[in-house]
Design a protein around this ligand. Structure first.
Ligand code: RP5
Length: 162
């Protein structure tokens, strides 16, 4: 079994439909990952343990998604030097702007690489994680190049009516 280097964590089961987009693109690129529910507020001990053991367990990047008072990515970044990619989950009340601001405005010293709100952000988080790993994985780099070329090739030159 290949070493799992990507952790996908989220604050709630309700975040999974969004965070699944990160998982799906990692599947497409054949990058192993683990997915866990880790809530900054509801399961703080789980957050603490996850961050404390992340390096020794061999994680290279953590994708962290949360909504509302989205403290999970920032708290994880404060607990481990494994890079954290943050995904603001879209909320009903404030459309995800609350999530975005909660994740984005980190104090100096503890960065979170913040993606766009919602599914596009989650998918790009998966791609970002893959690109980071590809710096030391030539086979993955080749798969990524092919994936990107296929995406470009799928874009038509001219628009058409529905
Ligand atoms: C956050 O609260 C979670 O990340 C989720 O986006 C939001 C709502 O959680 P649920 O009430 O749906 O479990 O912590």
């Amino acid at each position: 079994m290949a070493q799992v280097k990507v952790g996908i964590i989220m604050g709630s089961q309700s975040d999974w439909p969004t965070m699944k987009e990160a998982a799906e693109v990692l599947d497409e690129l054949e990058v192993p990952y683990e997915a866990r529910i880790v809530s900054a507020h509801r399961t703080p001990d789980r957050l603490w343990n996850y961050g404390k053991t992340a390096v020794e367990r061999g994680l290279h990047v953590i994708i962290a998604g949360a909504g509302g008072a989205a403290h999970l990515p920032g708290m994880m970044a404060s607990k481990t030097r494994v890079p954290v990619v943050g995904v603001p989950v879209q909320t009903k009340a404030l459309s995800g702007v609350d999530s975005l601001y909660s994740i984005l405005q980190m104090p100096r010293g503890f960065p979170v690489a913040t993606m766009a709100i919602g599914g596009a952000g989650a998918r790009n988080a998966g791609l970002m994680a893959a690109q980071m790993l590809a710096m030391n994985d030539p086979a993955l780099a080749q798969r990524l190049d092919a994936w990107r070329a296929a995406l470009s090739a799928s874009i038509p030159e001219e628009p058409k009516d529905d």
